[in-house]
Design a protein around this ligand. Structure first.
Ligand code: FEO
Ligand code: CA
Ligand code: CA
Ligand code: CA
Length: 596
């Protein structure tokens, strides 16, 4: 068995029960552990900001200096001189909730069905997206605290100036009325999961950016696939927020009166990996077009001893694909200046999963595999901007909503959550396949693979289903039949993360009020032994919230996770205070390693 040669992790905690009922408003962890709210929406980030108020009356300007909403992907970057006691925490703010405004968002419908928003509310929503970078340190009593003021603390938003680099930078398809160079863009959107590079930078990933734009033109996806293959709205308004009513760059309808047809290309400037150095608060984040444009969940690096790397990403939409990017050059720890723009040159591949447990990575390179003029590709920029259509052309396997990837620290095996897909086996272009074997899949699965010779740059791999989630956990046996597994039930795996001792942490994202998830309770954080496939429930969250954003200190003694969009009043948990997305800190009461 390809995946058997692994040291078993030490997992010793007592599982917590499912959290049932519609009034759950707390985080529960096992006996011997403590969870506390550490960093919530509205908390001060930059030095001048006032603190959060329950009235939600902060202006956009104040919100720009405070934590945004919907904490998602996250990473702890240690300071090298005291890595287990001092670091920077980077937290994504994926999107905003109605709670952002005192009485929810104001929306007026115009006579053509367009939606009109107040400018001040839109500006506040834009300020509550992006990321927070915060300094954190253990105090003299050994408790983690935030450091305020801190020269490192920073907010990135929808309006932070960013650079565009790589093969698509400067191409005509990246130019707008505001940026005739195609190399400068404002901000980042819908940052879901993330990645970290071996040289210590953070990778934000732009997921459901398609919801923020409208193109009212009657072009179809064949004509403008960079919009319509990604499902940008074509009706009178964007799918969410309706920022186009007061911020013209979100109106991607071609406008011949303006240079570059106005903002028709603005959506081409989202869907990328955005790299920045958290230790340099003055640095300009860079969109790395060499990795391609997706509804990108995350970007997880695997590094071989010789410096060869790959970066894995899921494209989180029903039926979409799994990708990897292999930089042309190797990581060179001894020469940091050589790593600075490693993500500008390399090859993107999409994954194809065969029934016999093998798979191939298929290159998405202009001029190869049909990515030529005949199919409407005129350059590598075209391939990267239209990466989904490129993958359609070369033949990738349709998946059940690929979300996070985690890489096993010892074996370098990849693990990916395929969170759910109720259309599997129902619509013609999403038939059952061996990697996605369940029709109307409400519960999701985790798939794992090993690159040929454990080489990140390999063109082939072996794979298997690690666990099929649901009321009873299962896997597929050697005979091809489902085999039940013992372990704590969960559905809809989303966040995946390995700690340094080979424990696989699984965070879930399902709507607990839907019938399919009856008995499952609130969303959960679980811990899996990848050798025995035993999964244990470590934490449950408040109702309405997904659990996400896993990170910890190198010694494993502090774990942070995110409670995203709680419904009642968490973290106040008093039944009346406005709920806030929150980073939760978990420690073990005896000071030990989390999970033992
Ligand atoms: Fe933002 Fe795919 O989760
Ligand atoms: Ca989310
Ligand atoms: Ca997710
Ligand atoms: Ca999800």
């Amino acid at each position: 068995d390809t995946f058997a040669d692994t040291i078993r992790p030490d997992i010793g905690f007592q599982s917590v029960p499912v959290a049932l009922g519609d009034q759950v408003d707390t985080v529960t962890v096992p006996p011997g552990y403590t969870a506390r709210a550490f960093f919530s929406w509205g908390d001060t980030v930059t030095n001048a900001a006032p603190g959060w108020t329950d009235s939600a009356d902060a202006t956009a300007d104040v919100q720009t200096q405070q934590a945004g909403q919907n904490h998602d992907g996250m990473h702890f970057f240690p300071f090298s001189n005291e890595p287990n006691a001092h670091g920077l925490l980077v937290v994504n703010h994926e999107y905003t909730n109605d709670t952002l405004h005192p009485n929810g968002p104001t929306v007026i419908t115009g006579k053509h069905g367009e939606k009109i928003r107040p400018l001040a509310q839109v500006q506040k929503e834009q300020a509550a997206h992006g990321a927070s970078i915060i300094e954190v340190k253990k105090d003299s009593a050994g408790h983690w605290q935030r450091v305020l003021p801190s020269a490192f603390n920073r907010r990135l938003t929808v309006n932070t100036p960013m650079e565009i680099r790589g093969p698509a930078a400067g191409s005509d398809a990246m130019k707008t009325a505001q940026d005739p160079t195609g190399t400068r863009v404002l901000g980042t959107l819908n940052n879901c999961s993330m990645g970290v590079t071996p040289w210590g930078t953070y990778l934000m990933c732009e997921e459901n950016w398609k919801n923020y734009f409208v193109n009212r033109d009657h072009d179809d996806w064949q004509q403008r696939s960079s919009h319509h293959r990604y499902a940008i709205a074509q009706g009178p308004h964007s799918h969410k927020y309706y920022w186009e009513s007061v911020d013209p760059r979100f109106d991607a309808t071609p406008n011949d009166a303006l240079p570059y047809q106005g903002f028709v290309n603005e959506p081409n400037r989202f869907g990328w990996v955005v790299e920045f150095d958290p230790f340099d608060p003055q640095s300009t984040p860079i969109k790395r077009t060499a990795l391609g444009r997706l509804v990108r969940e995350g970007c997880t690096c695997v590094l071989a001893d010789d410096g060869t790397m790959a970066f894995y990403s899921g494209d989180d939409t029903r039926g979409e694909y799994v990708y990897k990017f292999v930089p042309s050059a190797r990581f060179d720890a001894a020469r940091p200046e050589r790593n600075k723009h490693l993500l500008d040159k390399g090859t993107v591949y999409c994954a194809s999963y065969n029934a016999d447990g093998t798979g191939q990575w298929r290159a998405l390179e202009y001029g190869q595999n049909g990515l030529t003029e005949v199919n409407g590709f005129h350059s590598q920029a075209d391939v990267l901007i239209d990466l989904r259509r490129a993958a359609d052309t070369v033949g990738a396997t349709s998946m059940d909503r690929p979300e996070w990837v985690a890489v096993h620290p010892q074996t370098t095996d990849g693990y990916i959550s395929l969170t759910n897909n109720y259309k599997r086996g129902v619509v013609e272009d999403q038939p059952l396949n061996p990697a996605n074997p369940r029709a109307e899949n409400h519960h999701g699965q985790i798939l794992r693979w090993r690159e040929h010779e454990q080489n990140p740059a390999a063109l082939s791999f072996e794979w298997e289903l690690f666990v099929l989630a649901g009321p009873v956990l299962s896997t597929i046996g050697d005979n091809g039949e489902p085999q039940p597994l013992s372990g704590d039930r969960f559905s809809c795996p989303d966040g995946l993360w390995f700690d340094g001792d080979n424990r696989l942490w699984i965070a879930t994202d399902y709507d607990e009020l839907e019938l399919e998830y009856n008995g499952q309770g609130c969303n959960q954080l679980l811990c899996a032994d990848t050798v025995t496939r035993v999964v244990k429930r470590f934490a449950t969250g408040p109702i309405g919230a997904e659990i996400t954003g896993l990170t910890g200190t190198p010694d494993g003694k502090a774990l942070w996770f995110n409670v995203q969009h709680p419904a009642i009043s968490y973290p106040a948990s008093d039944g009346k205070t406005r709920p806030r997305s929150t980073t939760v800190l978990v420690t073990k009461d005896d000071g030990g390693v989390i999970g033992t």
